[in-house]
Design a protein around this ligand. Structure first.
Ligand code: GTP
Ligand code: MG
Length: 196
């Protein structure tokens, strides 16, 4: 699958504003600042497709991108950012959980975690939920460029072991939007999900 022609479709505040629930889509989820929007840009080779920011909580809406007709990528709002006002936070969490539970076209979930602190509480909740619903998961340990090769490798191996505990269809890879480490594996997995 060629990701380069991916286009922005719409931003939705809740699932009722999303495009029709037909075709297939893959969602990117993770804590605020984990690197979801950056990963989307790296995958599609487009610098400014998804808005990125140093300030956590940049992506507050469900952003929809179309790779080609009927094949979509979804940038979900990040979770776990403490400084966002509670009503705003509750609204995102609701949109997020509704999306994950109700979206028929969801074929796979990419869960992004900063390689320096993987498997935080909400990450684990999401992994439990996905495996319960039998949704395949790709865990990306992001910002892999922040660790030296040795610690990077050992973190990956530990993270793969930790994933087995959840018992579902979970693949764990490293990822860096800076060095493109893990890009090939990520492309392969998402292509597979979007074309099966
Ligand atoms: P929210 O939309 O707030 O949930 O954040 P996000 O998960 O979309 O994160 P985003 O892609 O906006 O990246 C957050 C910050 O991390 C930015 O300052 C990025 O430049 C930085 N960043 C993202 N990916 C990488 C990476 O692979 N390596 C390094 N070193 N920094 C990265
Ligand atoms: Mg974002």
């Amino acid at each position: 699958l060629n990701f380069q022609p991916t286009k922005f479709v719409t931003s939705a505040a809740d699932i009722r504003q999303l495009p029709d629930d037909t075709g297939v889509e893959i969602a990117f989820a993770g804590r605020s600042n984990a690197g979801k929007s950056s990963a989307l840009n790296t995958l599609t080779r487009q610098r400014g497709l998804a808005r990125t920011s140093k300030t956590p909580g940049r992506t507050q809406l469900i952003n929809v991108f179309e790779v080609e007709a009927g094949r979509r990528l979804i940038d979900l709002p990040g979770y776990g950012y403490a400084k966002v006002p509670l009503p705003v936070k509750e609204k995102w969490q609701l949109a997020l959980s509704e999306y994950l539970q109700q979206r028929e076209s969801l074929r796979g979930l990419v869960i992004l975690m900063d390689i320096r602190h993987p498997y935080r509480d909400v990450d684990q909740d999401l992994l439990h939920w996905a495996t319960d619903c039998e949704i395949p998961v790709l865990v990306l340990l992001t910002k892999a460029d922040k660790l030296k090769p040795g610690p990077r490798k050992s973190t990956l191996l530990k993270a793969r072991e930790a994933a087995m505990v959840f018992g579902g269809d979970i693949t764990v890879e490293m990822f860096s939007s800076l060095t493109k480490i893990g890009l090939e594996e990520t492309e392969q997995k998402i292509s597979e999900w979007l074309t099966q």
